[in-house]
Design a protein around this ligand. Structure first.
Ligand SMILES: Cc1cc2nc3c(=O)[nH]c(=O)nc-3n(C[C@H](O)[C@H](O)[C@H](O)COP(=O)(O)OP(=O)(O)OC[C@H]3O[C@@H](n4cnc5c(N)ncnc54)[C@H](O)[C@@H]3O)c2cc1C
Length: 465
């Protein structure tokens, strides 16, 4: 590599200052080890990095937080660009749009838009990067009423393979704007997104926990409720079995638990009473089955939704799986609990379902390549290869649950929920895949960003390797 050009572009090699920071990932099971790396804080730095990569003949990869580091292909031989763009989130309450610089995490966005009495279709964790989530679909606890989060993207600022910085929206470049929203990546380095906001007066949110022994009654009850649930409610039910640790809350120390968490949205003050009743319609019958060990469900300001799902506060190693399921009923509940419930020997930390449907299922005519979720439940599982639990044991158990749930597997997945590059995945129809490939061929004819394309999101032979 030409050292002067590399240093001008701020690019570090392994062992040099800057490399470690740029390659840090949230999922410690899948470290990033590119040939070179740069943290870019301005669009001009991103442009310089892309131009340097072209000159040095290095493919370009992108990540921000590395929450999805296991879902990408290995980065060997690539230049990793980690956008951490300077500047704050700016929320325009009149237009109900927020501009989010790449590198910003959801916690910062939610705090800023809440100041304006608005909400955004954010992920469950404050630490997830807004841009990566939005490009991959984005399954929010507002999603049954707000839809897939990527549909809310109004404009994308990105640096394409030619080194040009562009602002792309439905008017300026409809094809690229379509492809970048859920198309599977490989279109450039996004430096900012503009995303639509919606009113949120209050939410009813929290998590209730029961001993896992109650799962045989709670899961069928939750599934039965979900079939007629109001769209304002987006919830999940999981079996959680956290490894022992000093910071673990006492209610999670005594073995596996069933957790029902999520949010019910009251968009306006007039909706607050309805939202409380809707939450009670879910929780009342569950509380009647058994008294929860802990129950934090309560009316709250919208920012409280970020705490409901109990996501890890620090980087951890994890290995997991994801499918979109349909037709879940009593048989599915039994099949699932046999392999994931109490006494199943599951080494997983969590396994369960997120209720989708509602607006998730409705295609948005103004949306991107991925505009709807093709299944009413997302199955998600995850375990930590720590202590006696090995990665092999986790993968084998994920395979066991996958087999047990096979009768309900739709074959579809959501990119933002995919846990590993190796897992089966299908987000787009063949026609949609070909449409995105055409856009990639136009904006990146030499395949500079080829390594960033999600497996199964391209039909081009060279990209499938
Ligand atoms: C604890 C936890 C909670 C989660 N909760 C949810 C949830 O509620 N709903 C949900 O849908 N998903 C959720 N996810 C998944 C999360 O949305 C994805 O992992 C998402 O890809 C994370 O984006 P990131 O930028 O933080 O991750 P990264 O690993 O940094 O990026 C993931 C991919 O996004 C692309 N990308 C990121 N930034 C850019 C950029 N600036 N330009 C171009 N491409 C870019 C790249 O292809 C990159 O490989 C969760 C994940 C974890 C670990």
């Amino acid at each position: 590599m030409r050292t002067a050009a590399r240093l001008d572009a701020g690019v570090s090699l392994p062992g040099e200052p800057g490399y470690e920071k740029a390659t840090r990932v949230f999922n410690l099971s899948a470290p990033a080890r590119p040939a070179a790396a740069v943290t870019a804080t301005t669009p001009e730095q991103v442009q310089a990095a892309v131009r340097y990569a072209r000159a040095a003949r290095l493919p370009v990869r992108v990540h921000t937080t590395g929450h999805a580091s296991a879902a990408g292909r290995p980065m060997d031989g690539a230049l990793l660009v980690r956008p951490r763009l300077r500047g704050r989130v700016r929320a325009d309450a009149g237009r109900r749009i927020a501009r989010i610089p790449a590198g910003t995490t959801w916690g910062e966005v939610v705090r800023e838009v809440a100041r304006q009495g608005l909400a955004v279709a954010h992920g469950s964790s404050a630490l997830v990067g807004a841009v990566g989530y939005l490009l991959g679909g984005g399954v929010s606890f507002y999603g049954r009423t707000a839809g897939l989060a990527s549909n809310a993207v109004r404009a994308v600022e990105l640096v394409t393979a030619d080194g040009e910085a562009r602002r792309v929206d439905a008017a300026s470049d409809p094809e690229l704007f379509w492809a970048v929203r859920g198309g599977g990546g490989g279109l450039g380095v996004v430096t900012a997104v503009e995303v639509g906001l919606f009113p949120a007066s209050q939410v009813v949110t929290g998590a209730a926990f029961w001993p896992a022994a109650q799962a045989g009654r709670l899961l069928p009850a939750w599934l039965a409720w979900s079939r007629h649930a109001p769209e304002e409610a987006t919830t999940s039910l999981r079996i959680i079995d956290l490894p022992p640790g000093p910071d673990l809350p006492s209610h999670l120390r005594s073995g596996p638990v069933v957790c029902v968490d999520g949010a019910v949205l009251a968009a306006t003050p007039d909706d607050v009473r309805t939202a409380r009743r809707q939450a009670e319609d879910l929780l009342g019958p569950l509380r009647a089955i058994a008294v929860p060990i802990v129950d934090t469900w309560r009316p709250a300001a919208p920012a409280a939704v970020l705490g409901a799902h109990l996501d890890a506060p620090d980087p951890v190693p994890f290995i997991g799986d994801h499918m979109l399921l349909d037709g879940l009923g009593g048989d599915a509940a039994d099949a699932f609990l046999r392999v994931a419930g109490e006494g199943s020997g599951s080494p997983l930390v969590l396994a369960g379902f997120r209720h989708l449907g509602g607006a998730f299922d409705r295609p948005d005519p103004a949306g991107g390549a991925l505009t709807r979720v093709r299944g009413p439940y997302a199955y998600m599982a995850s375990g930590a290869p720590i202590g006696p639990v090995t990665g092999t044991a986790l993968r084998e158990h994920c395979a066991k649950i996958r087999d047990a749930l096979a009768p309900w597997d739709t074959g579809w997945t959501v990119p933002s929920l995919v846990e590993s590059a190796a897992q089966p995945q299908r987000h787009l129809t063949e026609q949609e895949v070909r449409g995105v490939d055409r856009v990639r061929t136009r904006v990146d004819p030499d395949g500079l960003f080829r390594g960033d394309v999600a497996p199964n999101a391209t039909a081009l032979a060279a990209d499938r390797r």
